[in-house]
Every structure is written in structure tokens, then in C-alpha cells.
Design a protein around this ligand. Sequence first.
Ligand code: HEC
Length: 237
Amino acid sequence: MKKLSYILLLTLCSTLIFSCESEYKRDPGKIYAPDMTYSRAYDYYNTPDSINAAGGTFNKLPVKNTIAREQSIPTHISEFDTTAAKALKNPYDLYAKDLKEGNRLYMIHCGICHGAKLDGNGPLYASGKYVAMPANLKGPAYINMPEGKMYHAIMYGKNAMGAYSSQLDAKQRWQVLAYIRSQQIEGGSTSSSLITPGEAPKMEEAPAKESHDEADHGDDANHAHEGDDDHKAEAHN
Ligand code: HEC
């Protein structure tokens, strides 16, 4: 009987202990390494003001009126100025490789509706599940459409067609248009091509030469180290 009460007491105690431990512990207790307890990193989503107040420097915004590398100057066309929108011209030098990229992007973003043949009979429309007939880009209404107008259709969408400005940056839009135009010209369009004739200018040979130089420097550095070691050895002697 005594044994049984011991067992009961033991079970009760252990239950108590375990149930205590399973509670959430919110107090960190003694803090012996505050760096680890409280993060010293600036939280990314903090406001610039709170980061500056905490002694950090927040410099996330680009300098006013500057443009990120490899970005072109944005076109500023005032609202409802359809004449200027239509007259917009391609600002990039596009070459055969851009045509290829344009084809690739077209097949990713547009082909599903406008079709691989640009006839507006893409698989989505052909399936009967899409509300409107996508433009037949080779049809008489579109074959000579000003590229500025097409550009803005990509940028803002049109009726049932969504906008593609978040999927395609400015250059990619022109690459797609260069591809569309090339196909339209094949189909009898009298519009001019967006492709610059000839080869794309080659990158200068400089980087290769530089890396060669670097290798030379590397050798020099090794020699210098050897020299240092010698000196050290001498010093020890
Ligand atoms: C989800 C289907 C769909 C996709 C994807 C799509 N379009 Fe369209 N597109 C349409 C439809 C529908 C129209 C006809 C809109 C109208 O005139 O009412 C249209 C119209 C157009 C026009 C004619 C615009 C005008 O002013 O009449 C162009 C140019 C065009 N699309 C280009 C593209 C390009 C380039 C892409 C890929 C970046 C693309 N579309 C992707 C459905 C689509």
C-alpha cells in the first residue's frame, strides 16, 4: 500500500514538472550576451526615420532624378495624348539576337492568346475558354499598326488583354515588338523593321586582357610572399 502511494506521488510530481515546462517561457531570464538576445541588426521593414533615430544610416532611395544602370530615360507622355503615344519610336539598338529574345518572350507571354502564328488563334482562345478574340496581329487592322500604339497596348493592356508592364521591361517590350514587326513584314506589312542591320557591336577584348594581367599580378604576389617568408626566416635566425 505504501509502495503504491509512493508511485502515485511520483507520477503526480513528474506530471507537475512536465506540465510546468511545457508552458511558453517569455522571460529570457539572466541576459549574459545581450547581442544574442536583442538583435542589433536594423530591421529591413523599419521606416527610414526609425533607423536613422537608432543611429543607423538609411540610404535606400536613389538620388533624385537619377536613373538606375542599364535603364533608359522614361518616356513622359501626358494622359490622353494618343498622338504622342502612337508616334513613340523604339529608342534601342536591336539586333538579330534581340529578335530571337523577342520571339522567346512572345512565346512566353503572348503566344497563348495571339498564337505562334500571330493570327489571334492561340491555344487559350482556341480552347473556347477565353472571352474575346485576341488581335490577329497579321490581319489588316494590325499589320501596319504604329509600334507606339502596340507598345502602349503591352504596357497598359487593352480591354480583355491585361497589362504586361510588370512582366516585361521597356527593352523587352521593344524586343517583342521587333519580333512581331518582323513577322508582320513577312506577312506583307509595309512598316519598317525595328532591327538595326548588321552585327551587334562586340564587347571590347579588354576584360580578357585584364584577367591575364591579374594572373601576372597573382604571380607577383606569390613572389612577394616568398620574399616575406625569407625575411621572416632571417629575422628568426
Ligand atoms: C490573355 C490573352 C492575351 C494575351 C496573353 C496577350 N494579349 Fe494582346 N490582345 C488580347 C486581346 C483580347 C486583344 C484585343 C483587345 C481589343 O481590341 O479589345 C489584344 C490586342 C492586342 C494588340 C492590339 C492593341 C490595339 O491597340 O488594338 C496588340 C498589339 C497586342 N494585343 C499585343 C500583345 C502582346 C505583345 C502580348 C504579349 C506581351 C499580348 N498581346 C498578350 C489578348 C491577349
